[in-house]
Design a protein around this ligand. Structure first.
Ligand code: ADP
Ligand code: MG
Length: 728
């Protein structure tokens, strides 16, 4: 029998917070110490190289190999000065995590020794033997090799003794095999399209940047308890477990005081993040017990996303130091809140304006509503796609559960913005008088600065306007944000281009630009209305209402992926240059394959737990009861024995009943897996896992959780929710 309980309780209760060695220095002294940022570039690169590199980064120009060689020499010196001995191209394969292969800086010196060496060629491009990364058939069909190439817009950094160089990962025929490539393409496309539209209002704008502030939610569990749960170890979530008597009902965890052990972990994590130049700022308890959140100051989206991925791996490492395990899974525990990664998403011009923020003048406010209306339209047109971009086997457990956003994308605008849009919709265009820029009346209510109050919130909305940005909340806590951003950016870029085309044409036909814009904005507001929903997204009525409005209400993840191949989405991705049809098709193959594998692993683990952990424990307890009934019958008269042993007899029958359903269901689940595994098509296979394997997992869990309530606590072989969820 596993004696986890004795091990963990003594360890956990006797466990003092790990002492964190924080530097005596102020944050400005150590922030970014492990990053090859501009300050290090100035120090380690010749002036001409520095200028060329900064010019390439700022103006998005290619770098010559000569400059790259010089950069490589400088980076190498800096890395070695800071303890690095190896380097790696760090990339984001479609597995969702990050990948790295380390090489030492060492080369033969020709005299039997070694020298530390690093060239521009090695910095700029590599050919990782990547045949085992998911590629949806692209490499098999087209080209056997893939290569990684330096993304100069994201600075290199040191983790441990390895210099990490952020890279894209592409096939030799140029198809993306990662998340970063299409993310960068989507950012470029959005920059171009948004700049076209901003220029109607301010011709001086040259670039528009997309910003991302992610809020990372996560759970912590005690390591000893984690180790005693095969499901947590193998799948990152509990596959069984009855509700704890107390969980989040009292709402006493949210923003509550942080336990000392957890605080020590957070301090350590924040310090590590700051060394890596990740600007983490906010931390607090989340709604569920043992659930927490960490958020940075927002940054340019590509950099912010690299930082999020890096942070996730740092979190896992730091958690272990503190005898915790971090759970990034979207739904580690049934019945309590799941974890998301709210993507605070905004656009800003190179003049510093936030394009989703109201301004002081009419023209600024017209710009504001123009961008809002275009985002509404993009989210409306592509709502099904946006949902498909955030769904996967793990996030599927969170969406649609009653305390999470439903599996429907809608937009929350809040009462103030809703009023503004309503008044635009109801204003007659003939009221527009244009009397020179400053005195122009556009029939728009004057929107004073900071009018949009952050308290106007709706936590049930998957996509909410929050004053100067949108908060895309449906993104999963374990996800690479890029998947969501690729779809969102491409959809918005596509819509902004359509908008600019229409305005260009109307202006060419002789209309005043403001009039054309206002009319087109009004048209978009009316057309995109079905996406706007400020009510309770968790209610059943909303599901019906959303279906009536024509929003996508599909709940099966494998079926959601189909929408990527719908003609309007293929056109959108191709026109914006974000993904080709071939890439979309390949990515879908990967999605289905990943879905299948995740469910397959969970199903196997659950089967093993049921047969090797649960049933033996239940049978052992059943035999204790049988023994008792037998002895009672020996000692007492028949009538008396009947009453004394009545409850035990009922329990024996109930236990036996649950055990036999579990056994039969595990057998059936194995059969269903075998059947599904014989299916050739990745899509059909994923559907079979969704339709035929998942329901059996639910069924098995139901009966296991019933047994948990009946079987002697001493015998129960798995840590329970009440133990897992409360850090002492
Ligand atoms: P809340 O939980 O109230 O939504 P948090 O403070 O936890 O807010 O997180 C807000 C996140 O949004 C932070 O990462 C913050 O930097 C980011 N953010 C704030 N303003 C913007 C903006 N204009 N664009 C993108 N992200 C933003
Ligand atoms: Mg938030």
């Amino acid at each position: 029998m596993s004696n986890y309980r004795f091990k963990s309780v003594s360890e956990a209760s006797g466990r003092k917070p790990v002492k964190v060695q924080l530097p005596d220095e102020r944050v400005d002294r150590f922030y970014g110490r492990q990053v090859f940022n501009r300050r290090k570039m100035l120090e380690y690169l010749p002036k001409a190289t520095y200028d060329a590199l900064v010019d390439a980064i700022d103006n998005r120009r290619p770098l010559s190999l000569e400059v790259a060689d010089s950069v490589a020499e400088g980076i190498k010196r800096w890395a070695i000065d800071n303890g690095a001995r190896h380097y790696t191209h760090w990339f984001h394969p479609l597995t969702g995590s990050t990948a790295e292969k380390h090489d030492a800086f060492a080369e033969h010196d020709g005299k039997g020794g070694m020298v530390e060496k690093f060239s521009g060629k090695l910095l700029v491009q590599q050919e990782p033997d990547a045949s085992s990364f998911p590629n949806g058939g692209i490499r098999n069909t087209f080209e056997a090799r893939g290569y990684s190439a330096w993304d100069i817009s994201s600075p290199a950094f040191i983790v441990g003794n390895t210099l990490c160089i952020p890279t894209v990962f592409i096939s030799y025929t140029g198809e993306s095999l990662d998340y970063k490539t299409p993310l960068l393409r989507s950012l470029n496309s959005l920059d171009r399209a948004a700049t076209r539209v901003v220029k109607f209002f301010n011709p001086d704008v040259k670039h528009v940047t997309c910003n991302l502030g992610w809020e990372q939610e996560y759970f912590l569990v005690d390591e000893a308890l984690y180790d005693a749960r095969p499901d947590l170890v193998m799948t990152g979530r509990t596959l069984t477990g009855h509700d704890s008597a107390k969980n989040q009902q009292l709402e006493d965890h949210y923003f509550g005081s942080i336990p000392a052990r957890v605080e020590a972990f957070m301090l350590d994590l924040e310090h590590q993040a700051h060394l890596l130049g990740i600007p983490v700022k906010t931390r607090h308890n989340e709604v569920a017990p043992n659930q927490f959140e960490l958020a940075p100051i927002y940054e340019e989206a590509n950099l912010a996303n690299d930082h999020n991925l890096l942070l996730m791996s740092v979190m896992e490492e730091v958690a272990r130091r503190h005898n915790f395990r971090v759970l990034l899974h979207e739904k580690p525990f049934a019945g309590v809140n799941g974890s998301g990664k709210h993507n605070n998403w905004s656009l800003s011009s190179d003049l510093g304006d936030l394009l989703f923020a109201p301004g002081k003048t009419s023209i600024e406010n017209l710009r504001f509503v123009t961008f809002i209306a275009n985002v509404m339209s993009a989210v409306h047109r592509h709502n099904g796609l946006l949902k498909a971009s955030i769904i996967n086997a793990t996030n599927a457990h969170r969406l649609g559960a009653n305390e999470a956003p439903p599996a429907i994308i809608s937009m929350f605008l809040g009462s103030q913005l809703s009023d503004v849009l309503k008044s635009i919709e109801e204003t007659d265009t003939t009221e527009i008088r244009v009397e020179g820029k400053e005195k122009m009346t556009l029939g728009l209510p004057q929107i004073p600065e900071l009018m949009f109050d952050n308290t106007d919130r709706n936590r049930t909305s998957p996509f909410a306007f929050t004053g100067n940005r949108f908060e895309y909340r449906a993104v999963g806590s374990s996800a690479n944000n890029a998947s969501a951003l690729i779809a969102l950016n491409a959809a918005v870029a596509h819509q902004l281009n359509r908008f600019a085309d229409i305005i260009d044409k109307r202006v060419k036909d002789g209309e005043p630009v403001e009039k054309a814009i206002l009319e087109e904005v009004r048209r978009l507001i009316v057309e995109a209305k079905p996406i706007h929903f400020d009510g309770n997204g968790y209610s059943d009525e909303w599901k019906e209402e959303a279906a009536r409005r024509g929003l996508d209400t599909e709940t099966s993840a494998p079926l959601m992926y189909d929408i990527y191949m719908h003609p309007e989405n293929v056109e959108m991705f191709e026109k914006t240059g974000v993904l080709s049809r071939k890439e979309i098709a390949a990515r879908n193959e990967v999605k289905w394959e990943m879905y299948t594998k995740k469910v397959q692993i969970e199903s196997r683990v659950l089967g093993d737990m049921a047969i090797n952990h649960i049933i033996p424990a239940a049978v052992r307890y059943e035999s204790v009861l049988l023994d008792n009934v037998y002895k009672v019958n020996q000692l007492f008269s028949k009538e008396k024995a009947e009453t004394i042993a009545a409850q035990d007899k009922t329990n024996i029958e109930n236990i036996a009943g649950h055990v036999s359903v579990i056994k039969a269901s595990v057998d059936e689940m194995v059969e269903q897996r075998k059947k599904a595994n014989r299916i050739e098509s990745e899509r059909e296979k994923a559907i079979a896992y969704h339709d035929n394997v998942l329901p059996l997992m639910e069924k098995i869990r139901y009966h296991v959780d019933k047994l948990e309530l009946m079987v002697d606590n001493e015998i129960w072989p798995l840590p329970k929710y009440r133990e897992l969820l409360f850090i002492r």
